[in-house]
Design a protein around this ligand. Structure first.
Ligand code: CUA
Length: 315
């Protein structure tokens, strides 16, 4: 038997939706191509030079036809837009309960760290049937995280978090590619996503890949860099408290109010003055040159875990 698949495996909850739009677009294109080509050939034959076909009564304009070829494409285009927009939002907005995994792209590999500490390179282990949110950044140039079987592709940028979520529906191994030309070995920047049953995944988590939880690494960095000098448990003169910061609204010097998410925490470590909290001075230095992307991710996890009142260290 031939093994010549025309499309990749269908292995995520959104893959079917993406395929449906794709097939619909192909069908619409085929239909109109046929209508036009058949009409073209018919007219070319019937009205060829010297044919006896009557040429009387030809019209320059004919309102019903003009309306037809304006209204039908309009309705079709709006329908496709509405449908695609809905699927787009489904792909963009991760479910609240999604588990999070950090991804760092660099020339030319994918580095992954799970919150419990497990690190992998060019591999991503995830459980089946659970939404997974990737929090991704690049250490150098633009890369793009692409898993055809999940129908997801997201640019991974330096100096910013981009996120992508998916829920795998089938266990197995799937290709992971870089889909943005990023230098000499761009084509070699590939790996695999391994989808495991929940219990196998837990076994993998506690297996040889296990490491120091990101939260603990983050706590260590927090102390090493003396962050607690200014960011005490209670807001002081020099810096606001970070307890319970994650997910909370923050009033900025500029008057804007933002919600403290991972991107805000990341930005505030690297560009502290970009979104200065109302009532504070420009005192904090940047940590751009002192922290790598992995360390920033660990600090972000640590700050995320600071929920007012609870002990600072969790397992
Ligand atoms: Cu990384 Cu192409």
């Amino acid at each position: 038997m031939w093994n010549f698949p025309l499309i990749p495996d269908n292995a995520s909850t959104i893959a079917g939706d993406v395929d449906s739009i794709y097939y619909f677009l192909v069908a619409v294109s085929l239909f109109f191509s046929l209508v036009i080509v058949i009409g073209l050939i018919y007219s070319a034959v019937r009205y060829r030079k010297g044919s006896k076909a009557t040429r009387e009564g030809a019209k320059d304009d004919y309102l019903p036809v003009e309306l037809l070829w304006s209204v039908v494409p309009f309705v079709l285009a709006i329908a496709i837009f509405t449908w695609a927009a809905k699927v787009f939002f489904d792909i963009r907005i991760p479910p609240k309960d999604a588990m999070e995994v950090y991804v760092v792209g660099k020339q030319w590999m994918w580095k992954v760290q799970h919150p419990l500490g497990n690190r992998e390179i060019n591999e991503l282990h995830v459980p089946v049937g659970k939404p997974v949110k990737l929090i991704m950044t690049s250490q150098d140039v633009i890369h793009s995280f692409y898993v055809p079987a999940f129908r997801i592709k997201q640019d991974v940028l330096p100096g910013k978090y981009s996120t992508q979520w998916f829920e795998a529906t089938k266990t197995g191994e799937y290709h992971l590619f870089c889909a943005e030309y990023c230098g000499t070995s761009h084509s070699g920047m590939k790996g695999r996503v391994v989808v495991l049953e929940q219990d196998e995944y837990e076994e993998w988590l506690s297996g040889k890949a296990a490491g120091v939880a990101m939260l603990s690494s983050g706590e260590q960095l927090f102390q090493q860099f003396g962050c607690q000098t200014c960011h005490r448990q209670v807001s002081g003169q020099r810096g606001p408290s970070l307890e319970g910061l994650f997910g909370r609204e923050v009033k900025l010097q500029s008057g804007d109010v933002i919600v403290a998410d991972q991107e805000y925490i990341r930005e505030s470590i690297l560009s502290p003055n970009a979104k200065l909290v109302a009532g504070y001075q420009r005192l904090m230095p940047t940590y751009k040159t002192q922290l790598g992307p992995d360390q920033v991710n660990q600090l972000v996890e640590y700050v995320k875990g600071l929920r007012g009142g609870e002990p600072v260290t969790k397992k």
